[in-house]
Design a protein around this ligand. Structure first.
Ligand SMILES: *Cc1c(COP(=O)(O)O)cnc(C)c1O
Length: 413
């Protein structure tokens, strides 16, 4: 059988006819950010490491610098990103449905640069109460010292309009929220924000661009701690900010001041992780759902907090706005077990004890909300423990939880 010679370069962005239907999400996840290479070529965009970029003539250098001055992305200096980072940016831009993407050395760096980019002294920012805890350090270390006002709002609040001031410039949210997974009605908040000319930034680490697309629901800025599911293998740190065309310039200006970049090696790992994001998240959801059902039936458990459960207060919003769920859930133990949290965690063998999540492995982490909530009252609850349900066989994870609960029972008797 003869092989038809492929058109050159063969790339999914070069459709045979403009009338062809757009490619589906799973296909785009595999092919995005790979189209610039000439064939014959490797499957993956290689790691391109450089500081200096060499030009063939002063005229070529002047042309590149002119394009850069116009705001185009250029291969002009290592700090501006090499082909590896540019490929990851393109893939994340497509995943989130945005216009441009900037990479950062961590998720927190991405968050801090968003606050710096979109707020000036005298401005006011509204922040969801359930945001990632270290955002409160950005508030105490940057927002307040630089003369920017802030208020926290309950993510389920009905009266956000009442909290808007004439100088409110940014609404900063996260859906579902960190640790307790509160939903936000983003389309509704976006309609309020638009009426007041306020931008919305959403931390989309939980959804990772695959489960949730804030930019398609009215947000202007989507932040990803790619460290989690996008890298997906617990071996690299990475942050990204994807914006609409309208919101891009303030971020571009801030990056050019703060000199942010992600290393080509880390960009390579994130891009490799991205290719399997869809299948990994589907497996994480399946396993987390299986564990949730088992955990809910345990007498030690007061509540399993997981948006895919019909008992979750934000379940209807999750069904409306999300493509699925990940492997992150929180269990509330019975209040009578408050003194046994450390014993329970130490008894687990398959759940690693450590911060972060989004890798292939299961993790456990004790939660203390006292310093990371200032609006919603979580006092009077049982102890909270976060589980990241990994890709191990869920039956083994259930056996592990079972033996830890049995050990608790023996301690109490
Ligand atoms: C982990 C995390 C971050 C920070 O990412 P790092 O890469 O660890 O700095 C930000 N937001 C959320 C929701 C996170 O879970």
């Amino acid at each position: 059988m003869s092989r038809r010679p492929p058109p050159s370069p063969r790339s999914p962005s070069q459709r045979a006819s403009p009338n062809e239907p757009p490619l589906r999400r799973g296909t785009r996840l595999v092919h995005s950010g790979r189209s610039d290479m000439e064939s014959p070529r490797p499957v993956n965009v290689p790691v391109v490491r450089t500081s200096t970029v060499l030009f063939s003539s002063t005229a070529q250098m002047a042309a590149v610098h002119a394009a850069r001055a116009e705001g185009q992305r250029t291969f002009s200096y290592g700090r501006r990103g090499t082909q590896t980072a540019h490929a990851l940016e393109d893939a994340l831009t497509e995943l989130e449905g945005g216009a441009r993407t900037a990479l950062f050395p961590s998720g927190l760096a991405a968050i801090a640069n968003v606050f710096q980019a979109y707020l000036r002294p005298g401005d006011h920012v509204l922040i969801a109460d359930s945001v990632y805890g270290p955002v409160r350090r950005v508030v105490s270390g940057f927002v307040t010292p630089f003369g920017i006002q802030h208020d926290y709002f309950s993510p389920g609040t009905e009266n956000l309009t009442d909290m808007i001031r004439p100088n409110t410039r940014l609404i900063y949210g996260e859906a579902p929220g960190s640790l307790t997974y509160e939903m936000m009605d983003l389309p509704r908040i976006a309609s309020i924000a638009r009426a007041h000319d306020i931008r919305i930034a959403m931390d989309n680490t939980w959804g990772s661009g695959w489960l949730y697309n804030p930019l398609r629901l009215g947000a202007d800025i989507s932040i990803l701690a790619a460290t989690k599911y996008i890298v997906g293998h617990s071996d690299s740190m990475m942050g990204a900010v994807v914006t609409t065309a309208d919101a891009w310039q303030p971020l571009a200006d801030t990056i050019s001041v703060t000199g942010q970049l992600a290393s080509p090696d880390d960009a390579y790992l994130a891009l490799r992780g991205l290719r399997t994001l869809g299948v990994r998240l589907a497996a994480h959801q399946r396993h987390a759902t299986e564990l949730s059902a088992w955990l809910q039936a345990r007498p030690e458990i007061r509540q399993v907090i997981y948006p895919a459960l019909p008992s979750h207060p934000g379940h209807a919003l999750w069904q409306r706005d999300f493509h699925g769920a990940c492997g992150l859930l929180t269990i509330e133990l019975q209040p009578s077990l408050a003194n046994f949290v450390a014993d329970f965690i130490d008894a687990l063998r398959l759940f690693g004890l450590g911060a972060s999540w989004g890798g292939y492995e299961s993790l456990v982490y004790p939660i203390n909300l006292s310093s990371v909530r200032s609006v919603d009252d979580w006092s009077g609850r049982g102890p909270l423990i976060r589980l990241h349900v990994g890709l191990e066989d869920p039956e083994d994870l259930i056996d592990d939880l079972h033996q830890a609960f049995e050990m608790l029972a023996s301690l109490q008797s």
